[in-house]
Design a protein. Sequence first.
Length: 86
Amino acid sequence: MDINVNDVEIKKKIKTLIIEVLDRELNIDDDTDLADEGLDSISTVELILLLEEELKLEVDDSDLIIENFITVNHIVKLLQHYNEKL
């Protein structure tokens, strides 16, 4: 999957997965602080697992830091890094 930081579809997919993980409706934009919306360490791990499954990639342990999952835009930038490695 080609991932671009301006890709509306990948951002929509990430938001859908966040809603699934948090198990509630959210109105978030690309720069919403996800911790403020309830994304904690456990739900972040759940989100990572879903992203890996959906996008057929594996996030390196060194990238499992909260700064990579603060906002949808941060997640897209991380995923774009993996896209460049392919």
